[in-house]
Design a binder for this molecule. Structure first.
Ligand SMILES: [Fe+2]
Length: 379
């Protein structure tokens, strides 16, 4: 029966009602549950996320992280001074969305975070500061503003701050997904750092960070062999897209909206198996198309400012601010001065499982808004 079914339903007799009550009681005693009483909740017509749109301001996060830097040591056991962004729609968890963990990690002057590895996939995104190296599988990777640094699953990793000032960045992980799948494995690494070297370029970058040039002798790896995506490359790619648009050539996502996806140079696929990472740039005065995506995302403003609407929520955002986008919530970004924003999402999981769906409302500088159903988003 559907919600529009108007067929009359006969009232059960007292005898039938009693038998039905007994049936339900017997279901419960046998640890069974009938679908017909909960179909709408289990199989909604569109996603009904418990997670809610949420904004966390960098101006709130950073001082709180700095206070923890004064009070909470980093080291073996707790492992990391990372403070997660907890979505109020997911009480009792420290999850930004049902699949994504987002945290601000703070490392004080000269501090070191010890080695460990886990099946959870991770990345670091740097909105300000430098001076920390993250050693991934013993390869020291510099962390600088605008860089995306990867830590694919089961890679030993440790951090060391080589300076006299603190540094904070955002960690993104698939902790909630791995928890839901009961796929979590964790190992402590050596107590001593693998290296305290501070090269400008890691070994993986020297091997793999040359556009379109694949090292023939490099071993195959199950995840991206490139661990660092540098801001100068990201910035140049976005700048070129907007320049090409002004010259009348294709490449932007929509008018005034440039975007790149961080990819595995060995496959062209997502840089991480469970998390999609992208950088978006809106030119001054631009308005993004309104998009809905099955699956959740977290954005962080990297520079500039603007107004973001997520569902019915409207946020004025500035550098460092993060916001969560629940599944199927429409997102629109507008900016007067221009805005760069980093986005990460569970899109690769949805695509791998055949669950990817999205709509894009072409409302940008167009009189007629058109809804386009897409089986594969941002194709
Ligand atoms: Fe870790």
């Amino acid at each position: 029966m559907t919600s529009t079914d108007t067929r009359p339903v006969a009232e059960p007799t007292a005898e039938e009602a009693a038998a039905l009550d007994q049936l339900y009681a017997d279901f419960a005693a046998a640890h069974m549950a009938p679908l017909w009483t909960q179909r709408a909740g289990l199989m909604p017509e569109t996603p009904q996320p418990a997670a809610v749109p949420m904004l966390w301001r960098w101006s709130t996060l950073y001082p709180l992280a700095a206070r923890s830097g004064e009070l909470v040591p980093v080291g073996r056991g707790g492992e990391r001074r990372a403070i997660a962004l907890a979505n109020p729609g997911l009480p009792g968890t420290a999850y930004a969305t049902p699949t994504l963990w987002a945290a601000i990690q703070y490392l004080g002057p000269r501090e070191e975070a010890p080695a460990h590895r886990h099946t959870q996939t991770a990345f670091r995104f740097v909105v300000e500061g430098e001076g920390v190296w993250t050693n991934v599988a013993g390869d020291p990777v510099a962390m600088r503003r605008g860089d995306l640094l990867l830590t694919p699953g089961m890679h030993f990793h440790e951090h060391h701050n080589t300076t006299d000032h603190p540094m904070a960045w955002v960690d993104g992980l698939d902790i909630p997904l791995v928890r839901q799948l009961d796929a979590g494995f964790f190992e402590f690494g050596p107590d001593q750092l693998a290296t305290r070297e501070t090269p400008a370029a890691s070994r993986n970058e020297r091997l793999w960070a040359h556009p379109g040039l694949r090292p023939i002798g490099a071993p195959r790896t199950p995840s991206s062999p490139l661990m660092a995506y540098r801001w100068e490359h990201t910035d140049a790619a976005l700048t070129a897209q907007l320049e090409l648009e002004r010259e009348g050539h294709p490449g932007v996502v929509s008018p005034g909206h440039a975007a790149i996806r961080f990819s595995n140079p060995a496959t062209g696929g997502d840089a991480l198996s469970t998390i999609r990472c992208e950088m978006h740039r809106l030119a001054p005065g631009a308005r993004s198309a309104t998009t809905r995506v099955a699956g959740s995302a977290v954005w962080q403003v990297f520079s500039g400012s603007g107004v973001v609407t997520v569902g019915t929520q409207r946020y004025e955002v500035a550098t460092g601010d993060l916001f969560a986008v629940p599944s199927w919530a429409p997102v629109t970004i507008t900016t007067d001065e221009g805005l760069d924003a980093f986005r990460f999402s569970d899109d690769p999981v949805f695509e791998a499982l055949g669950l990817a769906r999205s709509t894009i409302e072409k409302a940008v500088d167009e009189e007629q808004a058109v809804d386009e159903e897409q089986a594969e988003k941002h194709a």
